[in-house]
Design a protein around this ligand. Structure first.
Ligand code: PMP
Length: 389
């Protein structure tokens, strides 16, 4: 095959994606990623980011990052186990452990890498993974790696605890691992964690929880979904949280028992074989953690804005969700894209999400509410949606 034929094959596939109306494109932000974003010289209100507490543009955090870079340099130079684990990384781990109530935590450069470390490390030949059908793509990829290592992988219908129990009861696996999002990223709904935890106890299973969208937002002081449900920092739980959403910076952590975390450190390939994040990122995150811990007013504002949006759009196409992710169901792919475009023209940035990210026939607007939004911002969105939808 010639070079040009190789490329032509890819071009053909790209053309198919475009014909199906599923090409994605990036918009370049010519501003910090905050409540307002500038794109192509136009300022829009941003309902498209996961910056739930408005910390991505926070000056104190940026200053901590700058000071961190001055003190610790730009890069970590190596993976954590070789020579890339600096004091700021170590401090951040301790702070996260204390905040989440677990004995120990490990940090990662992204949530995707954190998820890739956990499930395939826990589950291989002779073991079984039980995963919610709507789990995030990174958990699905982690599950596939566990499968490649010989684990039996089973998916249960979304939040269907009875189906999960049937699978657990029938399993003879040596090690059972239940894997679920805490807040589902496209629907904004919560997993019934107390029921799932009870099953984990009854069937002596591990419980891996992805709290990407709960950390910082839920719980009395933003500790996340476990605290929201008043669940203990059990030995059988591994809690993953991302640090690029509510925490406003980037990276992720896994918290658990001292032994489980040591196990991940020794065996988690996506922990071991990657360069540690720049130490200044850890410095920024320590500041962010402090703001989250003291951020009751931010969370109160976020909850007020979520309530305002739901009240304003009551009886319309919002899925039930008590979190910052508010999905507005349109159904048809083109209609969802057209609605997002019309909102954009009014200066409102709300992304349209289509299959395969969401099930067929459920194309939607994924409205992300932030503590940085004002009551007037939310009113603008409600008015526009009522007029356009
Ligand atoms: N889990 C969930 C539920 C997510 O929504 C995301 C990010 N979209 C991730 C994991 C991955 O986290 P990160 O962006 O830090 O890689």
């Amino acid at each position: 095959m010639t070079d040009s034929t190789l490329t032509a094959q890819l071009a053909g596939e790209l053309a198919d994606i475009a014909t199906a109306g599923l090409s994605r494109r990036r918009r370049v932000l010519d501003s910090p990623a905050g409540r307002l974003a500038t794109v192509d010289g136009k300022q829009v209100l941003n309902f498209a980011s996961n910056d739930y507490l408005g910390l991505a543009g926070n000056g104190e955090i940026a200053a901590a990052m700058a000071a961190g870079a001055t003190q610790w340099g730009a890069g970590s130079g190596a993976s954590h186990l070789v020579s890339g684990h600096l004091t700021p990384h170590d401090q951040l781990e301790n702070e996260i452990a204390a905040f989440t109530g677990f004995p120990r935590a490990l940090t990662f450069s992204t949530g995707y890498l954190a998820n890739l470390a956990v499930t395939p490390t826990l589950a291989s030949r002779g073991d079984a993974v039980f995963a919610d059908k709507l789990n995030h793509a990174s958990l699905i990829d982690a599950m596939q790696l566990a499968k490649a290592n010989g684990a039996d992988v089973q998916r249960y219908p979304h939040n269907d605890v009875a189906a999960l129990e049937r699978l657990l009861a029938a399993s003879t696996a040596a090690r059972k691992v239940i894997v679920t999002d805490a807040v589902f990223s496209m629907d904004g709904d919560l997993a019934p964690l107390p029921l799932i935890y009870a099953l984990a106890e009854h069937y002596d299973a591990w419980l891996v929880i992805d709290d990407a969208h709960g950390f910082g937002v839920l719980g009395p002081h933003g500790e996340g979904s476990l605290a929201h449900f008043n669940l203990p920092a059990s030995e059988r739980i591994l809690l993953m949280g991302t640090l690029g959403k509510a925490a406003g910076v980037g990276g992720a952590f896994v918290a658990g028992s001292a032994t489980a975390i040591e196990y991940l450190l020794q065996k988690g390939r996506s922990y071991i074989f990657t360069t540690a994040a720049p130490p200044a990122v850890a410095c920024a995150l320590s500041k962010s953690l402090q703001i989250i811990r003291d951020g009751d007013a931010l969370r109160a504002n976020l909850m007020a804005r979520i309530g305002q949006l739901r009240d304003g759009l009551a009886g319309r196409a919002l899925l039930p969700s008590a979190t910052a992710i508010q999905p507005y169901i349109v159904g048809d792919n083109e209609a969802a894209v057209a609605l997002a475009k019309a909102l954009w023209e009014r200066g409102l940035w709300v992304p349209a999400i289509r299959p395969p990210t969401v099930p067929k026939g459920t194309a939607r607007l994924r409205i992300s509410v932030s503590a940085a939004h004002t009551a007037d911002d939310i009113d603008q969105l409600i008015t526009a949606l009522k007029e356009l939808a």
